[in-house]
Design a protein around this ligand. Sequence first.
Ligand SMILES: [Zn+2]
Ligand SMILES: [Zn+2]
Length: 199
Amino acid sequence: MKTTTTRIPCPTIYPRRERWTAGMDPDQPGIVTTDVPCEGRLVECAICGAQRRCTYEARCLDADAETHVVQRLFSINDGDVFQGWTRGETWNGWACPRFERDAALRIVASMNDELPDTMAYDDATMVITYIPDGDLDAKDEWLPELLETAEGPRFVYAIGAWAWVWDDVTDDHQPEPDKDMDGTFYHRPDFDTRDREGR
Ligand SMILES: [Zn+2]
Ligand SMILES: [Zn+2]
């Protein structure tokens, strides 16, 4: 067998897993199995670069490590862009970001611009509330959580993580090339020693 990457099965063992197959009543107990090996395999993690991301769990096995978190840019349906933190986890393929307060308040304002009175921030409790279409049954709310990062601890809100269709749009928003004073663009070519030596 010829493969370019080593195929590594995920080592996670689920102590107990309950499943419901088609035709079973979801309100009744499911089929319980114990010590179930994870069905995923390990692929390269975009955060740490190691081959530790489980395709089944949609997260890196090291995602809980303190510094396993980076800042990226997030957007929903190509709307406004917000900077947030991520451990690289995904939900049905969507990103699961956490936002510091400033970005969180911009999300509240952006949402209310489109759908008035949908989100609110309570200064006293620091809670952010989301009530779509005035439907209290669909209400969601977020409290600030402490996130350890390489830049120190930050209070963040996991707004819409594991619920909304956040995209990581960082690659679409790369900074512009440096400009010199008269507006000429510099491009940053890969360093080339031949140029430097005049050959
Ligand atoms: Zn796994
Ligand atoms: Zn990782």
